[in-house]
Design a protein. Structure first.
Length: 367
């Protein structure tokens, strides 16, 4: 395949008109065009890397926590059609035996081949602070257990990339000491103060689960987890940019505070994404969705109903510079889970995960 005349997003954040050459879904050096070669004329279009969503529970009527490989295949197909080429299915807080079944089933779902690539598993729960449980079921929350994570990682074939941890719960610091070299530990769903969060980061937890949501707010005398994350130059932070979870001003401020290399846009999407308004389920609880806003019966936000491409477009709409919004949906998440060597940018030798979009970011084709 050859893609001509496209305005290609570069690794330095600029755009350059160039020709791209692809063999076996990998970007290659230039080769001679033949009559059998598929040639795409991308005149008037922008070429950007395929998006990387490291935090999503489901879409299109399905949820990873259903434990249904066929359902996960449907999610992966929907995600790829929506411009997300690498995807981390994300679990909820559930009984341990149920989590084992869910994680084991991921191997079967990967065989599909026509959906987004499973980049790893994001384990959000059950090691959370009940005070900041959000849409998680409190009775299934447990203390951190390194042996259980290792057991899950084994049954999944070593696919766990992220584990959310509340650093203020009993055993959290010891868990970080044991696991920080095996998985990316993400701090979240916690009422931790600045000192507690800073201690966890010093031990190796350099990631934050959906910044601002399910944690103490940033206050001038009590900066909490948000302040600790800002102070840790290694810490990357997830940000839900669906227009409901966080005010546009805070979205803009976060990019200024953390810089273009540390913000990761996520969808945190649930099964209603890509579906009509109605009543759905998330982690064993009823969720009502109207106009892409998903809430529990008590009004608690319950994930989003917007995919990552939509979140990236919202960030641009809110005033985030285009290059920073693209980086936050491609390069940054890829780096955070250790797959930037193969995807996340348009570069010779990497996988040809590419999107062709208009200047107004209307998705035209997924390569």
């Amino acid at each position: 395949m050859i893609i001509k005349n496209g305005n290609v997003f570069q690794e330095d954040g600029s755009f350059c008109r160039e020709t791209l050459y692809i063999r076996n879904h990998r970007l290659t050096e230039a080769f001679e065009e033949t009559s059998e070669e598929e040639v795409i004329d991308a005149e008037g279009l922008i070429v950007i890397p395929g998006l990387v969503d490291i935090h999503s529970h489901g879409a299109y009527g399905e949820d990873f926590s259903d434990g249904d490989p066929e359902g996960l295949k449907k999610i992966l197909r929907y995600e790829r059609q929506s411009g997300i080429t690498s995807y981390c299915p994300t679990s909820m807080t559930l009984p341990k035996e149920q989590l084992k079944k869910i994680f084991k089933g991921i191997r079967e779902a990967e065989k599909s081949g026509d959906g987004a690539t499973v980049a790893g598993i994001n384990m959000e729960g059950p090691f959370l602070d009940p005070v900041k449980k959000g849409a998680h079921v409190e009775e299934w929350i447990t203390e951190p257990d390194a042996d259980f994570v290792r057991e899950l990682n084994e049954v999944s074939g070593g696919r766990i990339k992220l584990v959310t941890l509340a650093p203020n719960v009993s055993g959290a610091m010891e868990f970080i000491r044991k696991m920080q070299s095996e998985v990316q530990i993400s701090l979240g769903h916690t009422a931790a103060d600045y000192e507690c969060a800073s201690e966890a980061m010093a031990l190796g937890a350099h990631h934050v689960t959906h910044l601002y949501n399910a944690m103490q707010p940033l206050a001038h005398r009590e900066p909490g987890l948000i302040g600790a994350a800002a102070d840790d130059p290694e810490c990357m932070v997830e940000l839900i940019c669906d227009g409901y979870h966080i005010h546009p001003s805070v979205i803009r401020t976060t990019f200024k505070m953390f810089g273009p290399e540390r913000v990761i846009l996520i969808s945190d999407s649930m099964r209603a994404t890509g579906m009509k308004n109605g009543t759905y389920e998330l982690g064993g609880q009823e969720v009502t969705v109207k106009d892409r806003k998903a809430v529990l019966k008590d009004g608690t936000l319950a994930g989003s109903a917007t995919n990552l491409f939509g979140c990236m477009c919202k960030a641009i709409e809110f005033g985030v510079p285009v290059d920073q919004a693209i980086f936050a949906a491609t390069r940054n998440p890829a780096r955070s889970i250790g797959i930037y060597d193969r995807t996340g940018s348009v570069h010779t030798g990497k996988e040809a995960d590419l999107l062709l979009v208009t200047e107004n970011f209307e998705l035209k084709r997924v390569i």
